[in-house]
Design a protein around this ligand. Structure first.
Ligand SMILES: [Zn+2]
Length: 120
């Protein structure tokens, strides 16, 4: 298959900014993340414009989750939209990985502090 310079979803020119923010399909991903964050009382961490994607928020966990979403968006070039369920899976994978590392290094308190908003 030829690698096109057009977005698979909307035929716009495929720039990094388009794939991360401008494409309406990608917007849905951020809207879904925001609903997950609002549910946990993390309105301040929501992604409301392009620069927010790269903001280091109050919560280190939220920054890591945003990075994981960016990674997923890059990987799923052909389906640039993540549902709430997929976002929750990313968060759960992160929790499991961090928990494993924390237990291994006997740093459970740091783990619990970092991910406190997402452990409920
Ligand atoms: Zn697009």
């Amino acid at each position: 298959m030829v690698d096109s310079d057009r977005c698979m979803n909307c035929e716009e020119v495929k720039t990094f900014k388009h794939l991360m923010w401008e494409c309406n399909h990608v917007r849905i991903t951020w809207i879904n993340l925001n609903s997950v964050l609002v549910e946990r009382g993390l309105e301040k961490e929501c992604v409301r414009d392009y620069s927010n994607i790269y903001d280091y928020g109050v919560s280190a966990a939220t920054s890591t989750i945003k990075l994981k979403i960016i990674q997923a968006l890059i990987q799923i070039d052909r389906r640039t939209k993540l549902g709430v369920g997929e976002i929750l899976k990313i968060i759960n994978d992160l929790i499991n990985k961090e928990k494993y590392i924390a237990v291994k290094n006997n740093k459970q308190m740091i783990f619990k502090q970092k991910l406190k908003d997402f452990l409920k």
